[in-house]
Design a protein around this ligand. Structure first.
Ligand code: HEM
Length: 503
């Protein structure tokens, strides 16, 4: 009896020891090694890395806290994947500009890359590795945007045309509160779509609804909690988690683009490009079999330009109206300057900005506070490199914290409030501090910056000239806290417009 009891006891001890050994083994197995001389950061715990110390649905405040503790360049582990977060204008310029050849790659193994459904040989532009294919496509895209009107009247006309439709819609609201959530997505989407396919969609069109939802939803999935989990733990990728929705939507978008592509090819006349797609096909024929250009690559770029060109501009405009309603005196001051400069003119042109320093300052301040792409598009190192004395291995994920620069103490007259003085000197002239970096910096800087600036100016000036934007009396105070994602959006709100009587 006693012997039996002892054996049982013994067995239990052995099991416990085995369990502890297994746990220890797992702990050691998942132990995360900091690469030698890696930037300092919070100690990663096995398996999870540092994921448990950042708020996954909006890490901005935590990233700020960690920078205070560890400095402007610090290491962070997403699961076992090492990443380096870069804060502040000085460190960011050192990495993305001074060492651009080391810091301009994109990571392969991420949700966004997998979901965008692009083939390895056809990564598009936004997510392309830093190589000759990227360089040639970037150059070609910028050139073709210019050929189809950027910097010329024809692009301004497209923007004005879409602005007129926005104004018609607002006018019909007849003083009743409206929800502007998708208003600017439709306008921005049509502007870039006219370049891509010489085509636009009416608001009620099924494709317009699809793309608007697609951009709005997926921009919250990318960099959101589920895509962070996807990026951190390869094992969860096969589970039916909400990132699957992202995959589905990208796939559906692909099918739609393909249909339009096949359709427009039917009426194409080689050498007589009507739009971006024709111009690309001409280039493809000219180059023959050269590896970089292909129809798959064209499809990837259509998605890139449509997505990057819509959600960014639209969310910036949405934030802009919110701020202008929150600060009606700033809105009024803009309107006075607009009335003065536009006297006797029919429509605004991009050139008028030179005479509108205050409006320019307000638009820049909108971009600064809207903080539309807070963590840029993640970069990646092309080779083993160094930054501020630390070593960063090849293939490390780089998170450029643009948000930290746009709010950086010491770079702005007032960094924590909406204040157009941030962009005005003592003579009331417009100035742009070097920390104005909403489009990022270095060779990967936003390719659509020129178009975006033109859109923001023409749309906002036209709208402010015609309407007064009013926060509905019965609504709660405006909430300026953005909803996080690869692009940020203001919280849903309603607005009222009043047609201004111009004197
Ligand atoms: C207010 C509007 C916009 C903002 C705030 C914005 C911001 C950005 C940012 C932060 C990046 C990442 C840069 C980096 O990786 O360091 C980017 C890249 C890019 N943007 Fe924009 N963008 C805007 C509008 C546009 C428009 C209208 C287009 C379309 C023509 C566009 C096309 C692109 C493309 C193609 C890239 C990838 C560039 C590359 O990887 O080489 N963007 N943008």
């Amino acid at each position: 009896m006693v012997g039996e009891h002892q054996t049982h006891h013994h067995n239990m001890l052995v099991s416990l020891a085995l369990l502890l050994a297994a746990a220890f083994g797992l702990w050691v197995f998942f132990q995360i090694q900091r690469p030698k001389n890696f930037p300092p950061g919070p100690p990663p715990i096995p398996l999870f890395g540092n994921l448990l110390e950042i708020q996954l649905d909006n890490p901005i405040a935590d990233l700020e806290r960690l920078a205070k503790r560890y400095g402007n360049v610090y290491g962070l582990f997403l699961g076992s994947r090492p990443a380096v977060v870069i804060h502040g204008v000085s460190a960011l310029k050192r990495a993305l500009v001074n060492k651009s050849a080391d810091f301009s790659d994109r990571a392969e193994d991420l949700f966004v890359r997998h979901a965008a459904h692009t083939k390895a040989q056809a990564p598009g532009v936004v997510l392309s590795p830093y190589n000759s294919g990227w360089r040639e496509h970037r150059r070609f895209t910028l050139m073709t945007l210019r050929n189809f009107g950027l910097g010329k009247q024809s692009m301004e006309d497209r923007i004005l045309g879409e602005t007129r439709r926005v104004m018609e819609f607002l006018e019909q609201s007849d003083g009743e509160p409206i929800n502007p959530e998708t208003l600017f997505h439709k306008a921005a989407s049509n502007i870039i779509f006219q370049v891509l396919f010489a085509k636009r969609f009416d608001n009620e069109d099924d494709s317009m609804k699809f793309f608007t939802n697609f951009f709005r939803e997926t921009s919250k999935i990318i960099n959101g909690p589920w895509s962070l989990l996807y990026d951190s733990f390869p094992a969860v990728r096969y589970l039916p988690l909400p990132f699957k929705r992202g995959f589905e939507m990208f796939k559906m978008s692909h099918e739609r683009y393909l249909e339009m592509f096949v359709e427009t090819k039917k009426t194409r006349v080689p050498g007589k490009p009507r739009h971006f797609v024709d111009a690309y096909l001409d280039e493809l024929e000219k180059r023959g079999d050269e590896a970089f250009f292909s129809e798959d690559q064209l499809c990837a770029i259509i998605l890139d330009l449509h997505f990057a060109g819509t959600d960014t501009t639209a969310n910036t405009l949405l934030s802009g109206l919110l701020y202008l309603m929150k600060y009606p005196h700033i809105q009024e001051y803009c309107q006075q300057e607009i009335d003065k400069v536009m006297q006797g003119k029919n429509e605004v042109s991009f050139e008028d900005r030179v005479q509108m320093p205050y409006v320019q300052a307000v638009i820049h301040e909108i971009q600064r506070t809207a903080n539309t792409v807070p963590l840029s598009v993640f970069h990646c190192t092309t080779r083993d490199t160094e930054l501020m004395g630390y070593s960063i291995p090849k293939g490390t994920l780089i998170i450029p914290n643009l948000s930290s620069v746009l709010n950086e103490k010491g770079q702005w007259k007032s960094s924590h409030e909406f204040n157009p003085e941030n962009f005005l000197n003592e003579n009331g002239e417009f100035v742009q501090p070097e920390a104005f970096m909403p489009f990022s910096t270095g060779p990967r800087v936003c390719l659509g910056e020129g178009l975006a600036r033109m859109e923001l100016f023409i749309i906002l000036v036209s709208l402010l000239r015609k309407f007064r934007f009013i926060w509905p009396e019965d609504a709660e105070e405006p909430d300026l806290t953005p909803v996080f994602g690869v692009t940020q959006t203001p919280k849903p709100y309603s607005l009222k417009v009043q047609v201004r009587s111009r004197c």
